[in-house]
Design a protein around this ligand. Structure first.
Ligand code: CUA
Length: 664
């Protein structure tokens, strides 16, 4: 026991020591070069060079920054409700957050992957994972909106996700926590882990035309923790690599018990082979329950379908799908270089970085250079798969990206630095401190065949003294480096939203050229759309009242409504008639227990409201849309439950009753 604890304790000591040293970095002042300000300065009115999509961690959202300015362009609501845009509150978006557990209004969003064609970013979609209630989202980069969310059954802690294949054939999702499968009795003792707990890797197919996701099949694997992954490319096309830890199969005090073995594994998965078996009808269909939610830009509404079946392929029955490669010290990052030949495993507690060779892995498989098996899966001999080791690179390697010029860049959490090394000769070329303790790093296109290789952003886990203090909670920091020369240069340092993990970036042009500016009103197929002010109306159906309301600068139609009764379910169906870019209107009603809504030009959105008390309720536009934005308002009269006040609605005129009063 002592032997196991000692290295852990010394590591903890190292963390404390480095942490303390990190508080007062000696070279923080000279970290930025003299021309750094000019390198990140984007003049007013000019665009940034790249879009940077950054995961929001426990915020459940995705944020979009400009590089090199570090300007925040947008926060895209994905897994968490967002009262700013009404996401998850409007009737149209509520189904997007539906799961087999009911509505889940938050998420823990860790990794992002941009869609690829031939191993290069194609600018169509951005995929995002959710850890806690396993889900994968697809964001449409025309609208910067979440278009689809699929839940993943037989999974818990969707961490090695959502990583995609070279042509976006599949989004792949590995489970972090092994658990009993959904269709089995899960009411088992926790210490029956070895017997009852299993891991899965899910392959979600992506339709090439519209991106629609579908859970194709799942691979069943021995119980352990699956961490991160990346797809093969070039020579390793058709393969996927996953890091794993807890091959000890511990279920308690993992900090110690899952750190006992010197090596865990990287899984090499021949997904083409698995697909072949799946297409040949192999595997077992098992009953499960998972939500599949889709948003339509035609109906401006989402639908949620509960799916009931998945195909599970037990890899021990198909021995040529998965191979295990020993990898030192609880590997975290699992990164494939642009050539597709080298696979880098980053052991969280390792003092070296192993680089595996795909061709050597293939030779080892052919020659059966195995070292026994793990749960029925052949284990390739470490030396047989190894290209070489980067010696003494730093402490606590986590993630690696590539610049496309033969260099790799790895983050070191414990020694709080980024280390540049050569893939060919495995020599350390440069190192630069980060402030502090980086998790992921990102080079635009750095996990594809074609990295852009000019910038690198480190996403730091600890901020400490970098910004003005804001109480106990600090924003996490992102740091932009110039990697165009031999030495890394720190250019800028800016706060980020939530807790960023992985990120992606792409030259702006690839996305901006396709950006949607408005929704065409003529194409609006929302069942409650109001096509033109003249069609505005209020319709009572029992205790439900549907208000067909339009918005245009600067009024609602209708803006006076009477005949609503306490306890009615009132649906404000708001259609924004504008057809100009950047003219959204907002909507709010006093006492609304949900959120306000922001409705884009040509779009219809619905707010449900249940008034509890009679009275006059103002409504107004929440988005400053014109000089007379403050005039964009109206009134709703709510009468008692038994009232006989009829439904009436108007714009710009008094009611008949009011007119006759005025004449007297
Ligand atoms: Cu419409 Cu402000």
């Amino acid at each position: 026991m002592k032997k196991i604890l000692l290295p852990i304790l010394s590591l903890t000591a190292a963390i404390i020591l480095f942490g303390m040293a990190g508080c007062k970095p000696k070279n923080a002042g000279d970290a930025t070069g003299s021309d750094a300000a000019a390198r990140v300065y984007v003049p007013p009115g000019k665009y940034d060079e790249l879009y940077n999509f950054v995961s929001g961690g426990f915020s459940g959202q995705v944020s979009v920054y400009g590089i090199p300015s570090g300007r925040l362009l947008r926060v895209i609501p994905v897994f968490s409700v967002d009262p700013e845009k009404g996401w998850g509150y409007s009737e149209e978006t509520k189904p997007m957050l539906n799961t087999s557990h009911g509505e889940v209004p938050w998420g823990d969003q860790h990794h992002l992957d941009l869609s690829q064609t031939n191993g290069e970013i194609d600018g169509r979609w951005l995929f995002a994972n959710e850890n806690n209630t396993p889900r994968v989202a697809r964001i449409d980069l025309k609208t910067f909106r979440t278009a689809e969310i699929i839940e993943i059954p037989n999974s818990a802690g969707n961490h090695s996700s959502p990583f995609i294949t070279e042509n976006t054939e599949y989004v792949v999702a590995g489970t972090r926590f092994s658990v009993p499968m959904d269709n089995e009795n899960g009411d088992v003792p926790i210490d029956s882990y070895k017997k009852n707990f299993k891991g899965t890797i899910s392959f979600i197919s992506v339709a090439p035309t519209d991106g629609e996701m579908k859970l194709a099949f799942q691979l069943l694997l021995p119980g352990m923790n699956f961490d991160l992954s990346h797809s093969g490319k070039g020579p390793s096309s058709g393969w996927f690599f996953f890091s794993t830890y807890n091959s000890e199969q511990a279920h308690t005090l993992l900090e110690v018990n899952a750190s006992k073995r010197d090596k865990d594994y990287i899984l090499a998965v021949n997904w083409k082979k698995a697909e072949e078996y799946f297409k040949a009808g192999k595997g077992k269909k098992v009953p499960v329950k998972y939500a599949h939610n889709k948003y339509s830009d035609e109906t401006h509404s989402a639908t949620s379908t509960m799916e009931t079946e998945t195909t599970v392929i037990d890899v021990k029955d198909f021995p040529d799908i998965v191979y295990m490669i020993p990898c030192p010290k609880s590997p975290h990052g699992c990164d494939v270089d642009p050539s597709g030949e080298y696979i880098v495993g980053s052991g969280k507690l390792a003092a070296l970085i192993p680089v595996f060779s795909f061709s050597k892995i293939q030779a080892a498989i052919t020659n059966k250079t195995f070292d026994g098996d793990y749960g029925g899966i052949p284990v390739i001999k470490y030396e047989a798969a190894l290209y070489g080791e980067v010696k003494k690179p730093g402490l606590g390697p986590l993630h690696t990206e590539f610049d496309g010029k033969g260099n790799a860049y790895t983050t070191f959490f414990i020694s709080s630095e980024i280390v540049k090394w050569s893939i060919k000769d495995l020599k350390v070329l440069d190192r630069h401190a980060t402030y502090y303790s980086p998790g992921h790093l990102m080079i635009p296109g750095g996990d594809t065949k074609k990295p852009y290789g000019k910038y690198l952003v480190a996403y730091n886990k600890i901020t400490k003294d970098r910004y003005l203090p804001t109480g106990p909670e600090l924003a996490q920091s992102a740091q932009l480096f110039d990697i165009s020369g031999d030495k890394m240069k720190l250019l800028a340092d800016y706060p980020s939203i939530g807790e960023p993990h992985y990120a992606q970036a792409v030259p702006a042009e690839l996305i901006s050229k396709n950006s949607t500016k408005i929704f065409k009103i003529d194409a609006n197929k929302h069942p409650y759309a109001t096509m033109g002010e003249k069609n505005a109306k209020v319709v009572r159906e029992g205790n439900k009242v549907h208000i067909y309301m339009t918005m245009i600068r600067s009024h609602f139609s209708p803006d006076n409504i009477e005949g609503i009764k306490v306890g009615d379910e009132v649906y404000f169906h708001l259609t924004n008639l504008e057809q100009d870019w950047d003219v959204p209107h907002g909507f709010a009603v006093k006492g609304a227990t949900t959120a306000e809504l922001l409705i884009m030009p040509g779009e219809t959105q619905t707010l449900k409201w249940t008034p509890l008390k009679e009275g006059i309720y103002p409504i107004y536009c929440t988005d400053f849309c014109s000089a007379l934005h403050q005039e964009m308002q109206g009134y709703v009269r709510v009468s008692t439950k038994g009232s006989t006040v009829p439904i009436s609605f108007s714009l710009g005129k008094n009611s008949d009753a009011a007119d006759s009063l005025l004449k007297k």
